[in-house]
Write a protein that binds this ligand. Structure first.
Ligand SMILES: [Mg+2]
Length: 440
């Protein structure tokens, strides 16, 4: 194996559902499968299609095609008025299906899911197997009409690009050793963040093709965008990650945090429900941390709270892709490196009691936790303080029992209300297969 191939790894999987709205309709209505179909906002010829099935796309009908024009191209096209509620429900089902294979790190939009890999999951063969498992899981648990394209790459930006390179049902990996030449054949417009306006601007400065863009050095890229965005793009396209200042972060640093987040189902959108989910996410992250033999030096908690229309009008708020107006809050705790659930729970509890009170923070709908300042076991420095309560051993025992009997066997009391809520319910039953057979 060459040195380059040995250092090849993937840090992110980007899962993009193909023709999502149209596929959900085909899932709900088997009689529409294998037929040209378009989803429309209202039933009138003057509006545009908001989604097209693969059969419709094959005829040249796509998002943005006028309905009258679509009917002219294909008089027998099935037209369906979109139902956002159904799509949100399927979006959640898909995230749950993904969770069975690998914890979800982000959901950037209704039809995308991002997983962050860690430890041995980053090895290309393992990443590929996780990706194939995800496809199967979506097919089996969310619906057989739902297909996705998965991109594997050393950073999130490239993973998104890779997910777009093969459709439908694609699986593309961009290995660090093959960058940037493996993306040199793309169009400038294939780059996320490069729309019609940016393309025009690049063209005006003499950049028309990817090879021309890739020939520029970092300074030229900065000048081209006249911002740090150019610096970041320069590094991203080469497989590196960057800090906010656009400076590259070495690949060994990329792996320094691990995030898990969850959009709460309606019945859990209260303080108790959010705590139960936060507790469960932490439990899951801590177990994964130990499985992959890492130690964590920080924990951050992110909360988002749904606002009423009236509240949203009064304060600076943002809108989640599901349409929820929200306020947010977050906090980070730092501590001596640890990997046991009890210590991490104490840190979580310490932040939890400091969360803001008041009318704008009553209806939590999103919880995220991130373990940060990760170090691999081989680099872990034992703290000067001993572990008087044998917390590490307790965690190890919990993991063993949970691996053997399913992850809900042993848990801390705070998790109880969320125990039966998907998605992690089945997630851990996968781990014995993933880790137990192949890795241990
Ligand atoms: Mg999509």
């Amino acid at each position: 194996m060459s040195a380059a191939a040995q250092s090849d790894f993937f840090s992110f999987l980007h899962i993009d559902l193909n023709s999502f709205f149209a596929s959900v309709e085909q899932q709900l209505h088997p009689e529409y499968r294998n037929r040209p179909l378009a989803v429309v906002p209202v039933m009138t010829d003057t509006t545009c299609c908001i989604a097209a099935s693969y059969e419709a796309k094959a005829l040249g009908i796509k998002t943005g095609t006028q309905v009258g024009e679509a009917k002219r191209i294909c008089p027998e096209i099935v037209l369906i008025e979109g139902n956002h509620g159904e799509y949100t429900e399927y979006s959640n089902k898909i995230a749950e299906a993904v969770e069975l294979c690998c914890p979800v790190a982000h959901k950037p939009s209704i039809d995308e899911v991002v997983c962050q890999l860690m430890g041995r999951e980053c090895e290309p063969a393992n990443a590929r197997r996780i990706a194939l498992d995800i496809k199967q899981s979506i097919y089996k648990h969310a619906g057989e009409a739902l297909r996705c394209s998965i991109g594997m790459a050393p950073n999130r930006y490239l993973a998104k690009i890779a997910s777009d390179m093969q459709k439908p049902d694609g699986l593309i990996g961009l290995l660090p050793s093959q960058l940037p030449r493996s993306i040199a054949h793309l169009e400038l417009r294939d780059l996320p963040g490069v729309g019609a306006r940016t393309e025009k601007r690049l063209n005006a400065k003499g950049v028309h093709t990817m090879p021309q863009l890739l020939a520029l050095d970092r300074t030229q890229m900065h000048a081209l965008w006249n911002s740090v965005w150019g610096d970041r793009l320069y590094h991203w396209l080469r497989g590196a990650d960057t800090g906010d200042d656009g400076a590259p972060v070495p690949s060994s640093e990329i792996q320094k945090s691990l995030g898990h987040s969850h959009v709460l189902s309606p019945e859990l959108r209260n303080v108790e429900g959010a705590w139960a989910v936060a507790h469960k996410l932490l439990h899951k992250a801590a177990m994964r941390l130990r499985m992959e033999k890492f130690w964590a030096g920080s924990l951050s908690l992110t909360m988002r709270y749904a606002l009423t229309k009236q509240q949203a009008g009064q304060v600076k708020s943002r809108q989640h892709f599901s349409g929820v107006n929200h306020s947010g809050w977050g906090m980070e705790a730092r501590f001596a490196e640890c990997q046991d659930t009890l210590t991490l729970l104490e840190a979580l509890r310490g932040m939890w009691v400091q969360r803001p009170q008041g009318g704008l923070f009553q209806r939590p709908f999103f919880v995220g936790i991130t373990l940060g300042r990760l170090v691999p076991e081989s680099e872990h420095q034992d703290s000067l303080f001993a572990d008087p309560e044998h917390r590490a051993e307790l965690s190890a025992t919990m993991d063993k029992l949970n691996l053997k009997y399913g992850h809900t066997t042993l848990h801390f009391a705070g998790m109880l209300p969320a125990r039966s809520s998907a998605p992690t319910r089945i997630a851990f039953t996968q781990i014995p297969v993933q880790y137990g057979v192949d890795y241990m």
